[in-house]
Design a protein around this ligand. Sequence first.
Ligand SMILES: [Zn+2]
Length: 151
Amino acid sequence: MAQKLIDLYSLVGNQDSDLKIISNTYIKKGEVIKKISLVSSPQSFATVQSGLNEHILDEMLAATNHSCSPNSFVDFTKEQIIAERDIAPGEEITFFYPSTEWRMVRPFQCMCGSPNCIGTISGAENLPIRLFKNYKFNRHIKQKIIEMMLF
Ligand SMILES: [Zn+2]
């Protein structure tokens, strides 16, 4: 198993399908896990949507799994990945993909095991409206949600 030490977290696994990010330490709620650099890239299954028409390819985010009960938030206004709650050493770091993605290239069936698991993850576009209040979203997603409600 390949393991690479990158400060607060490690990238674990050796192929697309089993990559994940594991915390190396106690991370406090509100703590910055990583600064994000906004270098645009064509959208793919590995990119993260950073704006209405922008996507970035970030090695850590490409390996960070989705959870319906995420412990981090990717904040493109602050350009940071922030802990949404306390994270223990060895815990997997996750974020809620529809918080950044409007329409995903590769939708999938979520198996996060959360009691609130929402099932198919395909982007915020397909989220049931009743779930919007349960999650934090980036500005570009909020903008699209408002557009969708209005038209
Ligand atoms: Zn889930």
